[in-house]
Design a protein around this ligand. Structure first.
Ligand code: MUC
Ligand code: MG
Length: 377
């Protein structure tokens, strides 16, 4: 493989609308269609690499939407990389950060595609390019998020029976805490005390609500509570973290390493959810994990309902982290009516297994992708 082979010939982006198997509710939005930007990086040697940017409910979970991601890529990010060497990962990341501030989902999708293309060109898995895997499978969490306890119990029991998941994250905060508690109590009673339950409030509470209701969630044996307060309320989060017996996980509150340090100083959380859409790239995600670890946070492999494409990129990075105390919730491929890949990460025995093969180890389902590609943009 010559240096010239790995020059970037083109970067193309397209919007994908992928139906989910059921409605997925969060405190501030709900979806029954998951939206992605698929990035294809073509090298001079003819090898194509893939990356994906996920969003949740338009510019709602964070400020990026598929429409803004696609235009950031097409207009600002792709042009600064054409003709550059795809394996110059750090230099390319610098060029992207000069071309646009934040826009982290867009940048991460491009970087994943470059890693995939370079790995395939060299016949090496992306994990090798990232320092090498220290694990090839992960304990995998499933999210219950229909808001209907009966449906959620059935869904969880089926997951346990099929040996797919026995750890669950329940989305709350779209109802009053008293209603959420009733829903959780039903689920806990049906599933028993051995099943792990995490809750994600997605910024839905105030400090006062959290102070009042956290003890009731603790009584139900909730093992982790994710982002209970609005993202900006770092100090308030620190105050409730000091009072509760449930560890707090920061999600929307921390994107950058500087934000991780601030959250660490404010004592806002003892666990962090790691996501490519927050870090803006695979290398930066590794750095975020190191910074979080250094301020004493445990690591949780987060997701934004990625397909097999984005899941493969996340798992590649997660596999190289010295520690990943909480495993991962990269269940996205299973919430889609049809995944975007024919080959990718696999799910069995309560674990998700790294995709195998060079690059990200994925094979796209081009037929299905064609069907789900949004036209007219
Ligand atoms: C989030 O806030 O964690 C990840 C899993 C899920 O159910 O929602 C997402 C986003
Ligand atoms: Mg979350």
């Amino acid at each position: 493989v010559s240096w010239r082979d790995l020059a970037i010939r083109s970067i193309a982006s397209s919007i994908i609308d992928a139906p989910t198997v059921r409605r997925h509710k969060l405190s501030n939005t709900e979806i029954s269609n998951q939206n992605y930007v698929l990035v294809r990086v073509m090298l001079e040697n003819g090898v194509e690499g893939y990356g994906e940017a996920a969003t949740l409910g338009g510019p709602r979970w964070a400020e990026e939407s598929v429409e803004s991601i696609k235009s950031a890529i097409d207009v600002y990010l792709a042009p600064v990389l054409i003709g550059r060497h795809a394996a110059s990962f750090e230099e390319n990341a610098l060029r992207l950060s000069k071309a646009a501030s934040r826009n982290n989902a867009a940048k991460a999708a491009i970087e994943a595609a470059m890693f995939d293309a370079v790995g395939k060109s060299l016949g090496l898995p992306v994990t090798t390019l990232l320092g090498g895997a220290v694990r090839s499978s992960f304990s995998i969490i499933w999210a219950l998020a229909s808001g209907d306890a009966g449906q959620e119990i059935e869904e969880a029991q089926a997951k346990i029976e099929r040996r797919e998941h026995r750890r669950f994250k329940i989305k709350i905060g779209f109802a009053e805490p008293s209603v959420d508690i009733q829903r959780l109590r039903k689920i806990r009673t049906a599933l028993g005390s051995d099943v792990e339950i995490i809750v994600d409030v997605n910024q839905g509470w105030s400090e006062a609500t959290a102070m009042r209701w956290m003890p009731a969630f603790a009584d139900l044996g909730v093992s982790l509570i994710e982002q209970p307060l609005p993202a900006a309320q770092i100090e308030q989060l620190g105050r409730i973290a000091a009072r509760t017996s449930i560890p707090i996980m920061v999600d929307e509150a921390v994107f950058t390493s500087a934000e991780i340090i601030r959250a660490g100083q404010a004592g806002s959380g003892s666990v962090i959810s790691l996501k490519l859409v927050k870090s803006g790239g695979l290398l930066e995600l590794k750095r975020a994990a190191a910074v979080a670890g250094a301020v004493g946070m445990e690591l949780y492999g987060g997701c934004l309902l990625e397909s097999g494409i984005g899941a493969a990129a996340h798992l590649a990075v997660f596999s190289t982290l010295p520690k990943l105390e909480w495993g991962t919730e990269q269940f996205g491929p299973k919430i889609l009516a049809n995944d975007l890949v024919l080959e990718g990460p696999t799910f069995r025995d309560f674990e998700v297994h790294l995709a195998q093969g060079p690059g990200l180890g994925i094979v796209l389902d081009e037929e299905r992708i064609k069907h789900m590609t949004r036209t007219g943009n």
